[in-house]
Design a protein around this ligand. Structure first.
Ligand SMILES: [Zn+2]
Length: 150
């Protein structure tokens, strides 16, 4: 464990003290912490209020960019699929976690593992029904219009 992971775990511990879930994250660039986050589901109704996602959001607001390539994520808990995806979109290519999704399952926080397993299945076998409805009639094609503007 290095100083950044120690900070992420300390944030998780602090969050538990405040009645929240045991997750903290710090985003690092060039050996410096750029942004931090903790799980804020106990503070507001927002399922995207995860530690890593909030750290990413704060860094992007602060730096006024969506591109966080070259940044490193340290998360006290293994990132869920939502936060992992946010890291992909942000261009983050390196992440470290302390406690695994299996550790989370062991204390009753099993959603991430469930979703990871669901994503391995074919679309039609997943828990979330997702069905394509194609463009019909005179509905204009937003992707085609976007492509023509490029
Ligand atoms: Zn997450």
């Amino acid at each position: 464990m290095n100083q950044f992971m120690e900070r992420a775990v300390q944030l998780a511990l602090n969050n538990v003290e405040e009645g929240g879930q045991p997750f903290g994250a710090v985003l690092v660039k060039d050996g410096k912490i750029v942004a931090e986050g903790v799980n804020e589901l106990h503070k507001q109704f927002d399922v995207s209020g995860h530690a890593e996602l909030l750290a990413i959001r704060r860094a992007q607001m602060e730096l006024q960019t969506n591109d966080l390539s070259g940044y490193i994520m340290y998360a006290s808990g293994e990132p869920c699929p939502m936060c992992l995806t946010a890291m992909y979109f942000a261009g983050i290519k390196e992440a470290y976690f302390c406690q695994s999704v299996e550790d989370a399952v062991a204390v009753g926080l099993g959603k991430s593992k469930l979703i990871y397993e669901d994503l391995k299945k074919d679309k039609q076998d997943r828990q979330l029904l997702m069905v394509q409805m194609k463009l019909t009639g005179n509905v204009r094609n937003p992707m085609k219009i976007w492509a023509e503007k490029q």
